[in-house]
Design a protein around this ligand. Structure first.
Ligand SMILES: Nc1ncnc2c1ncn2[C@@H]1O[C@H](COP(=O)(O)OP(=O)(O)OP(=O)(O)O)[C@@H](O)[C@H]1O
Ligand SMILES: [Mg+2]
Length: 395
């Protein structure tokens, strides 16, 4: 049974928690067993529902549960061990197994924990819908880039070492001065690796989507556009935009009329920028939407009759590979990206795609291993990489 997962992200203060909580309240009313989970250290979910929420899921209404992930808990010890070892390896006598280009993220325990908690809930079978109230954009992107990046580390740093270490441990630790990890570290790494692979799989499946929350202000919209690009780079599907705090038209003084006009201009830009996505407008209310009823009302008004749990039609994800007569074309949707923002490199079986300050290491499928990159271009919001099959050299 699949679980509908929706993540809410956007710039600080735009209404992520309110939108996430509202969407969850609406889903629960429709009879879905719903969990809303927060990865944010601030305890705003509890505030929005007007309830104390703790380390375990709390039921705030029929079918509606809230879970505030506590980052400081149990995970820290084992992760600390792994991270400590990683550092000691990198430091050891000029050993630098990771080139600057490949070094992407050194993750924090909190982010890893939040992802694992999400996975536990998804596989538990307890929920039809899991809603995630994310931290502001940059942290969310770091979070979502994590499973793949960490998987890469683990395979590289630990995969190779484990094989070598078993045989050579006694000799090596005497000779090289490189600290040799204990078996317990390897086991912890392997478990974590498998878990994160599962997280990655869960989050890039069709029934997992990301919603962008924004307010009609130029800087906020600019950030939303950049996050759409980055989310796409990492293979996540964005299925809608919530434009929140829209001033109602009519009445009022010059000051208000000015704001209404300014917002309408930005909203026109939003419609143009996100033309392929539904844009749900939510009015600036006279008070803060708090409590289950107010939150459900907020969401109901925003979605305006649309099915807020619908899974988007578009069959293909942000990344596709198409065969051609001479090889294949790999396409990564990168909305808004310009040619000068995108950088591409190939290292063996990996394609390194950099967009602005974000980077993805793509393991090429085995089918492309004997292909060379013959061309690449950024066009119509996508990066296209052409691969040509290389004939074996005949002597
Ligand atoms: N449409 C609205 N009308 C009135 N108040 C709103 C509206 N949307 C959100 N608010 C209020 O604005 C405040 C911030 O909203 P919220 O906590 O949902 O933002 P956030 O994006 O989660 O913020 P953070 O980045 O701090 O997590 C809250 O007090 C919320 O009740
Ligand atoms: Mg919030």
């Amino acid at each position: 049974m699949s679980v509908r997962i929706i993540l809410f992200t956007g710039k600080g203060g735009v209404g992520k928690t309110t939108s996430a909580a509202g969407t969850a309240a609406l889903a629960a009313r429709a009879g879905q067993r719903t969990l809303v989970l927060s990865t944010d250290a601030a305890h705003s979910l509890g505030d929005a529902f007007g309830r104390q929420v703790g380390r375990e899921p709390v039921e705030v209404a029929t079918n509606l549960w809230v879970h505030q992930v506590d980052a400081q808990r149990r995970f820290e010890r084992s992760w600390g061990e792994i991270q400590g070892y990683l550092m000691s390896v990198l430091d050891a006598a000029g050993v630098d197994p990771i080139t600057a280009e490949e070094l992407t993220v050194i993750p924090g325990a909190e982010e890893v924990l939040a992802l694992l908690e999400l996975r536990n809930h998804v596989v538990s079978g307890d929920w039809d819908v899991v809603i995630v109230d994310c931290a502001p954009t940059a942290e969310t992107l770091r979070l979502l880039a994590l499973p793949e990046a960490l998987g890469w580390y683990m395979t590289r740093v630990f995969g190779v070492q484990r094989r070598v270490v078993r045989a050579l441990r006694p000799m090596l630790s005497r000779a090289a001065g490189v600290p040799m990890p204990e078996d317990a570290v390897f086991d912890a790494v392997e478990r974590l690796h498998a878990d994160l692979e599962q997280v990655q799989q869960i989050l890039t499946e069709k029934d997992a989507t990301v919603r962008l929350v924004l307010t009609p202000e130029t800087v906020v919209v600019a950030e939303a556009r950049r996050s759409l690009t980055t989310l796409s780079l990492y293979g996540y599907r964005v299925d809608g935009v919530i434009a929140n705090r829209v001033f109602p038209e009519g009445g009022g003084d010059e000051w208000r009329a000015g704001w209404v006009a300014a917002q309408q201009a930005v909203l026109a830009e939003v419609r143009q920028s996100f033309a392929d996505l539904p844009i749900w407008l939510s009015g600036y209310r006279a008070d803060e939407p708090m409590g289950v009823d107010a939150l459900a009302g907020f969401a109901e008004a925003a979605y305006g009759g649309d099915d807020s749990l619908a899974i988007p039609e578009s069959g293909e994800g942000p990344l596709t590979i198409t065969r051609t007569s001479t090889g294949a074309v790999l396409r990564i949707a990168l909305p808004f990206a310009q040619r000068q923002d995108v950088d591409l490199a190939r290292h063996g079986d990996e394609l390194v795609v950099t967009v602005g300050s974000y980077r993805r290491l793509l393991s090429l499928p085995a089918a492309l291993s004997r292909h060379t990159v013959s061309a690449a271009r950024v066009e119509d919001g996508a990066l296209q990489v052409r691969f040509r099959f290389e004939q074996e050299e005949q002597p």
